[in-house]
Design a protein around this ligand. Structure first.
Ligand code: ADP
Length: 464
């Protein structure tokens, strides 16, 4: 990635743009403030000077006579009418380009300021004040006149130009230093992002055991921690997936191997019809087992893909259990077990009847499978607050305590050989758990080896 396309570059550019706007605004403010202060000071000095000159009649007289001595940088000119002619008296015979209105306004008694530029390009600040000349006779009298005091603005202009020159050097210099600092800071601040990107790339190439090494407590540290958690979940999911595929192939291979061996053996030579029957029975048994496994695998695959169709209605769990009991009783009788339909009542839950039936049938199937004759299996329903609790109890082999946390995992079997021999696939409880959770419920198990097990399914009751 080129520097121009990096966040560092954009970050620095924005930072410089904001800084440039601030510096330019600040410089303009300083310039304007300074300029106004200097011109105000000049105006005050002109006012002071005019008061000085006006207050002493002798000075006015000497100005009128053209004998007045001006101060350095100062021009003093007196205007008055003699008949219709405007007379202009200046000690050094300097004439400045002032407008007639400016003079007329002062002669009629109004003080005013003006700024002009001479033919030579020199700036002058002017103050015109009214004065009264006492003319020596004859005819004696008071003559209204205008006294114009001008002062060069050269010094002010020079001072302001110096300020502008300084700012023109200082602002770009400050921006250059800030740019360097900005790149340095952006690089430091975003260095963890580079690290995160590098690790993510390595992970993308297939190494899910990698973790991002950013341990700060800031936003990037939190981001890294979140990503690490995500990678861990991915790694676990990936491992589970791998395990699941290998377990599934293993489970499918076992019945296939039996079918293959049985059919090869049967076909080796002529056999009696009872031998063929026996072989076909074995093959049929294994095919059923395989078909059950494939069905369950499909169910779980659909669940994982979120592609299941649920048909939620108001289901009377009590009635459902009574219906199931007929099938369960037959299965128990076949195995020489006692079946008991315990307490039930009419409790309504919102659910998919077929899937709930599958859930309870799976649990009853397990209870029958893991209970040797002459044991017993029972099912009952009770209400606990807003929950319907279906309990399936058997007096079977029980589950060792260390296996209980894992029995709901796919392909987990507490006793592998027994499960297989009994036609188990190791997927039944995983599917039960999924169905219960899809109904907002859960399954709990209590078991003791040699005594039996109770699986309790808790389902939230449908609100009236
Ligand atoms: P399986 O098809 O092997 O029965 P399940 O997922 O239904 O698979 O059950 C997982 C494991 O839990 C079984 O292999 C068995 O060891 C144990 N199990 C389940 N139900 C019972 C039960 N009622 N009594 C004893 N063990 C059970």
């Amino acid at each position: 990635m080129s520097f121009i396309h990096s966040i560092k570059f954009r970050f620095t550019m924005w930072y410089l743009l904001v800084l440039a706007i601030i510096l330019v605004a600040l410089s303009a403010g300083v310039y304007l403030y300074l300029s106004r202060s200097l011109y105000r000071a000049l105006d005050s000095s002109l006012v002071l000077r005019s008061t000085q000159l006006r207050s002493i009649p002798e000075i006015l007289e000497s100005i009128r006579q053209g004998e007045f001595r001006e101060e350095l940088g100062e021009v003093v000119i007196l205007y008055f009418y003699s008949g219709n002619r405007l007379i202009e008296v200046s000690p050094r015979d300097i004439s400045i380009p002032v407008s007639a209105e400016f003079i007329a306004r002062a002669i009629t008694g109004k003080t005013s300021f003006a700024t002009i530029r001479t033919a030579e390009g020199e700036g002058l600040r002017l103050l015109a004040v009214p004065v009264n000349l006492s003319l020596p006779g004859p005819p004696q009298g008071i003559q209204p006149a205008a006294l114009v005091i001008a002062h060069s603005t050269k010094q002010i202009e020079q001072a302001l130009a110096r300020v502008v020159r300084t700012l023109l050097i200082a602002v770009p210099l400050a921006l250059a230093v800030a740019a360097g600092g900005g790149v340095f800071l952006a690089r430091r601040a975003l260095e963890p992002v580079d690290r995160i990107a590098r690790t993510a790339q390595e992970i993308g190439e297939g190494d899910l055991s990698q973790r991002i090494n950013v341990t700060t407590k800031d936003e990037l540290g939190r981001l890294a921690a979140t990503l690490n958690q995500m990678i861990e979940r991915l790694e676990k999911a990936f491992q589970r997936q791998k395990q699941f595929t290998s377990d599934a192939s293993h489970e499918l291979r076992a019945p296939l191997a039996v079918i293959e061996a049985e059919s090869t053996l049967a076909l080796q030579k002529e056999r009696t019809s009872s031998d063929y029957r026996q072989s076909l029975e074995v093959i049929s048994q294994e095919s059923k087992q395989m078909s059950r496994l494939v069905d369950q695998l499909l169910t779980l695959a659909r669940a994982d893909a979120g592609k299941e169709h649920w048909n939620f209605t108001e289901v009377n769990i009590g009635k459902l259990i009574e219906n199931l009991s007929t099938d369960a009783e037959i299965l128990c009788q076949e195995k020489g077990l006692k079946f008991q339909l315990g307490q039930t009542q009419d409790l309504i839950v919102k659910g998919d009847e077929a899937r709930l039936r599958e859930l309870f049938m799976n649990l009853l199937d397990n209870a029958i499978r893991y209970t040797p004759a002459p044991g017993s299996v029972s099912i009952s329903l009770r209400r606990e607050g807003q929950t319907a609790v279906v309990a399936i109890t058997d007096s079977g082999v029980g589950i060792p305590a260390e296996d209980i946390p894992f029995i709901f995992e796919r392909f987990y079997r507490a006793d592998k050989s027994r499960s297989r021999a009994e036609g188990g696939t190791g997927l039944g409880l995983a599917i039960c758990k999924h169905i219960a959770e899809a109904h907002g419920g859960k399954i709990e198990v209590q078991s003791q080896v040699g005594v039996g097990s109770t699986f309790s399914v808790r389902l939230p009751l449908s609100s009236p």
